[in-house]
Design a protein around this ligand. Structure first.
Ligand SMILES: [Zn+2]
Length: 329
């Protein structure tokens, strides 16, 4: 699917079908539709009769196979489930780790595909998303492929955090950067998609339309409930943490990070960026909060988000991250 803010970029790349490099790195923040774009470009490059604007026709046999997920000259590599090791079982009784990386087997599995001739005498295309989830061995295996590019083959790596990819891989790809669309365009798109309070959710998503749409769909009152408690001196630490852990860990930490960021910005420049529906409470708390404490809370939250996928004791973990708020109310 090509989103309205991507059409210019899409036409530019699709019109270069004869002269594309052998590897593209599609990068930019989450929620801009990079993977959708990669899939649309792949379909277009494999299509038997692409339209004038470069889009796939959607009618030919190649488009049919692509839509059904079985085009013989296309591979899609993504996160895979892994069996948990003994060490992990204690923290996750289900015995399966949630997929967090792309292992070497997924890249090795491409080798047969890469070396046999294409089925349809056209291009051969691989999309790897999220490419920053490649583990070390997988990245090394991929590097070999990138070092000896095969004619007619296009690898598309998609990443929200290209800095996590080895420099050796980045240097072998041509960069395609996805920027935030203008706010007015993004808001119009969200309204068409049926999102109410489009400007609020766009702000919460830092300007990324698909992320805004996701937040609007999953919001369900949990965010405002937590934020009302944050700013209410009557709410206890226990109540706060119980409210927080009704959400997934990265989710509630993300709201607190935005809250902390807003407090810092309110203190320094008198305005906020994210929680536009809590302007008054943020203004009040920013007056009471100490800037040094705020910055150290921001750092604490950043580290917690990076490290804690599955805290052993979710409530204690939440309490430790929420404690600094009590002094700001
Ligand atoms: Zn087609």
């Amino acid at each position: 699917m090509i989103h309205s803010w991507q059409t210019g970029l899409f036409t530019r790349l699709a019109s270069r079908r004869q002269s594309l490099p052998h590897a593209l790195l599609l990068h930019g923040r989450a929620g801009l539709g990079k993977t959708d774009f990669a899939m649309a470009l792949a379909q277009s490059l494999l299509c038997d009769a692409p339209l004038e604007n470069g889009e796939a026709c959607g009618q030919c046999p190649a488009c049919g196979w692509f839509a059904a997920g079985n085009h013989p000259d296309f591979r899609w590599v993504s996160l895979q489930e892994e069996d948990a090791t003994d060490e992990d079982v204690a923290s996750d009784a289900k015995g399966k780790k949630p997929p967090t990386q792309i292992g070497v087997d997924a890249i090795r599995a491409l080798s047969g595909f890469m070396t046999t001739s294409t089925h349809r005498q056209g291009m051969r295309i691989v999309v790897i998303a999220p490419a920053d989830a490649l583990n070390v061995n997988a990245a090394n295996a991929l590097l070999k492929t990138l070092e000896e590019p095969l004619p007619g083959t296009l690898m598309m790596l998609v990443s929200d955090e290209p800095g996590r990819l080895p420099a050796t891989i980045r240097s072998r790809c041509q960069n395609v950067r996805f920027d935030l669309p203008p706010a007015a365009e993004a808001e119009a798109w969200l309204s068409r998609a049926g999102v109410e309070q489009a400007s609020l959710f766009l702000a919460l998503a830092g300007g990324a339309p698909l992320e805004a749409q996701r937040l609007a769909t999953q919001d369900a009152g949990l965010r405002p409930a937590l934020l009302r408690m944050l700013s209410n001196p009557e709410a206890s630490l226990v109540q706060l943490s119980e409210q927080a852990i009704k959400m997934a860990t990265p989710e509630w930490i993300g709201w607190l990070q935005r809250w902390a960021h807003d407090l810092v910005e309110q203190k320094l420049v008198g305005q906020i960026r994210y929680h536009l529906d809590f302007t008054e409470a943020l203004g009040r708390m920013a007056q009471k909060a100490d800037l040094f404490d705020l910055l150290s809370w921001e750092r604490q939250l950043r580290e917690a988000r990076r490290l804690a996928q599955h805290p052993l004791n979710a409530r204690l973990f939440a309490e430790s991250l929420l404690l600094p708020v009590l002094a700001m109310r």
